[in-house]
Design a protein around this ligand. Sequence first.
Ligand SMILES: *[C@@H]1O[C@H](CO)[C@@H](O)[C@H](O)[C@H]1NC(C)=O
Ligand SMILES: *[C@@H]1O[C@H](CO)[C@@H](O)[C@H](O)[C@H]1NC(C)=O
Ligand SMILES: *[C@@H]1O[C@H](CO)[C@@H](O)[C@H](O)[C@H]1NC(C)=O
Ligand SMILES: *[C@@H]1O[C@H](CO)[C@@H](O)[C@H](O)[C@H]1NC(C)=O
Ligand SMILES: *[C@@H]1O[C@H](CO)[C@@H](O)[C@H](O)[C@H]1NC(C)=O
Ligand SMILES: *[C@@H]1O[C@H](CO)[C@@H](O)[C@H](O)[C@H]1NC(C)=O
Ligand SMILES: *[C@@H]1O[C@H](CO)[C@@H](O)[C@H](O)[C@H]1NC(C)=O
Length: 307
Amino acid sequence: MGHGRGSGGWVAVAVVGIVVGIGFGIPEVRADPPAGYDWHVFPAMTDDFEGQQLNTTKWLDHNPEWQGRLPGLFNASNVKVSNGTLQLWARNANITDPSLRQQGYANFTTSAVQSTTLVRYGYFEIRSRVGTSRVSSSFWFYHNNGTEWTEIDVFEMTGENADQPLPYQDTMHTHIFQLPNTAPADIPAKCHCQLPTSAAPQQPAPTMKLKDAASCQRYNITTAATPFDADFHVFSLLWTPTVLEYAVDGAVWWSIPNYCMHQPLTLNFDRETMPDWFGLPEPTHLPDRPFEVDYVHAWQASRYPQS
Ligand SMILES: *[C@@H]1O[C@H](CO)[C@@H](O)[C@H](O)[C@H]1NC(C)=O
Ligand SMILES: *[C@@H]1O[C@H](CO)[C@@H](O)[C@H](O)[C@H]1NC(C)=O
Ligand SMILES: *[C@@H]1O[C@H](CO)[C@@H](O)[C@H](O)[C@H]1NC(C)=O
Ligand SMILES: *[C@@H]1O[C@H](CO)[C@@H](O)[C@H](O)[C@H]1NC(C)=O
Ligand SMILES: *[C@@H]1O[C@H](CO)[C@@H](O)[C@H](O)[C@H]1NC(C)=O
Ligand SMILES: *[C@@H]1O[C@H](CO)[C@@H](O)[C@H](O)[C@H]1NC(C)=O
Ligand SMILES: *[C@@H]1O[C@H](CO)[C@@H](O)[C@H](O)[C@H]1NC(C)=O
């Protein structure tokens, strides 16, 4: 599955301490950013989700560029801060708005949260529990500024009542849709990524919506023995000019050289209906126990090792 961070001089990182969750009396695994960098907290993407509402200085309760993956429509009322967690809900719905119906939004509402600021490089850690239905639970970064469009998916997962080809998958991705001053045909070699076999290299059309375009990808799928929605886990991304390192509960699951992910990105949590991947949810499984984020902690360093 993964190797311990200890192998890379990261001894200080692996499950650093047990902190008792204040007020709840349950132990909480807490990790820390890896040693060897002069980390400082990045407050704009750090939140413990205490209190009763989303801090709208830091977060949007929707995706300003996208209404959700068909047939599920993002609905801000499915985003809640309650009981010490950020909660992203998914529900059955009858979407009646003619324009939304015409676009294909039909019978589910889901949820999205996006940071109000962009970030480039850092160490990002969340403690979360995936929602229980087939509606995905995702932690990801992206931005499209018109000339550059990249995305880092830390995870996209479903719950235990999903019929997955392999049980309990954690899928990590990088996507490159467009780079400045780079011909689409040059992206695979430059970025060590692969286009879907069916897609010819192309510049995304200006009208293309998020995720509708062909992207050049790298991905890794790892599996776990227990379903990800059974418990909270700590997921992290170390993103520097030279490396992308994905870890679960302090163990590195995927580490790759960073060739092309150098764009300032938004941090996102969302839930999507994925008819072609995870399958549509059983209506009787909704509303499911939501995707919950106990905390997101972000750090940046003043300087990073350069390649
Ligand atoms: C909301 O976030 C802003 C920006 O990080 C911070 O200054 C403010 O204290 C936060 N508000 C609450 C109620 O935590
Ligand atoms: C969003 O959800 C709320 C509460 O369930 C509902 O009243 C509203 O109609 C929904 N909006 C859309 C566009 O589905
Ligand atoms: C609130 O959180 C506590 C622990 O963090 C958990 O035991 C409890 O079930 C949660 N309550 C609800 C209603 O989700
Ligand atoms: C959607 O409409 C059908 C038919 O009117 C109804 O049976 C069902 O309960 C509705 N579902 C929701 C989530 O409102
Ligand atoms: C939900 O809508 C999709 C797309 O229109 C359709 O394929 C699916 O059968 C619907 N599911 C339910 C439970 O109504
Ligand atoms: C996924 O990561 C693991 C651990 O680093 C590695 O053994 C495996 O080859 C990777 N798979 C792919 C498809 O990159
Ligand atoms: C988009 O961002 C890249 C750097 O990531 C920058 O070089 C480019 O000028 C930006 N384009 C626009 C239209 O802002």
